[in-house]
Design a protein around this ligand. Structure first.
Ligand code: BV8
Ligand code: ZN
Length: 268
């Protein structure tokens, strides 16, 4: 099993000094104290320090010759349901061997602290690995679904599939239909109710944090723009610059597993 990448291996521009970062985390903590509602959008970068490759990372081994953007489509599943379900099974196996990292745990604690203080907290995730739930986060909005739920392409029956490895590729429903992962593929519409709830949270929050996402995938990436246009304070944490970086109030060049524990109120 690939061990989780040490944080220092994450390529981080050298320009940001520790002092800058300290000033940024103090300012984020002030934003948190002042805000009565927080909406957080997470992307694959939040799971990176658990050892789960992001969509931007080169794929390895058997999957090196495939482009995730190609595999994560209804066309790919229609063309080769066995290959695509094998790809998801490989990702599920790797995920089952990984643990939530300090970034996931900090977000779960942040939700506890804010909700205990009567504040509103909404976690919106693009990730399909459910590491947020394993870290203790409650009721995340899963914009892109999850590969722990599989749905029959014939009768539509949905059920949690925890068997690793899957019994066959693709797994079969009782009705004989092929089951597909319960994720939203490129070219597929997101759940209207989940997207509406995420948009509402972005519109009404006083503080919006965009964490570990390249801000390239729509309509998830529009949430940061909605929040900043609605007047929320906005924060981004990412070792790399993204299309959102120039729009946010604070853009921290750092790893979420490193930075998020620093913005939590001191353990009291
Ligand atoms: C749709 C599930 C319409 C599958 C995924 C405009 C409007 C609407 C749609 C589009 C549009 N323009 C283009 C589109 C089409 C498309 C799209 O956005 N394409 C992009 C690529 C241009 N969007 C869609 O198809 C969406 N559907 O709009 O449908 C419609 C309406 C009606 C009827 C029919 C159709 C559906 C998109 C959902 C796709 N499914 N996931 C699966 O996982 O297998 S998205 C997939 O990509 C993952 O969820 C992943 O999260 C996401 C990639 O984004 P990130 O999470 O940001 O991950 P990424 O790898 O990109 O970046 C990682 C970041 O982490 C990096 O910035 C890196 O620097 C950073 N990082 C690394 N380490 C760390 C870190 N950060 C912090 N700490 C670290 N340690
Ligand atoms: Zn069925």
């Amino acid at each position: 099993m690939d061990s989780p990448r040490p944080v220092e291996s994450i390529d981080r521009p050298k320009t940001v000094t520790e002092k800058d970062q300290q000033a940024q985390t103090e300012m984020i903590r002030r934003f948190l104290d002042q805000a009565d509602s927080l909406a957080v959008l997470t992307g694959a970068g939040v799971s990176a320090e658990s050892g789960i490759p992001t969509f931007r990372d080169a794929q390895t081994g058997l999957w090196a010759k495939y482009d995730p953007m190609e595999l994560a489509t209804p066309e790919a599943f229609a063309r080769d349901p066995a290959l695509v379900s094998r790809w998801y099974d490989e990702r599920r196996r790797r995920c089952a061997e990984c643990e939530p990292n300090p970034g996931h745990l900090a977000l779960a604690r942040l939700q506890d602290e804010l909700e205990a203080a009567g504040k509103r907290f909404t976690l919106i995730t693009q990730n399909v690995d459910r590491l947020h739930q394993r870290a203790g986060s409650r009721d995340p909005l899963e914009l892109h679904g999850t590969f722990w739920i599989w749905r029959c392409t014939s009768c539509g029956e949905e059920r949690e599939e925890r068997a690793i490895p899957l019994p066959e590729y693709p797994p079969r429903c009782r009705c004989g239909g092929a089951r597909r992962p319960g994720v939203v593929w490129f070219g597929e519409a997101l759940s209207e109710s989940v997207l509406a709830a995420a948009r509402r949270a972005a519109e009404h929050c006083e503080l919006f944090m965009s964490l570990g996402t390249s801000s390239l995938v729509e309509p998830a990436a529009s949430l940061g723009r909605i929040a900043s246009s609605a007047g929320a304070k906005t924060v981004e944490i990412n070792p790399q610059e993204t299309p959102l970086s120039s729009r946010v109030d604070i853009s921290v060049r750092g790893a979420t597993g490193e930075i998020l524990p620093l913005i939590l109120p001191a353990q009291g």
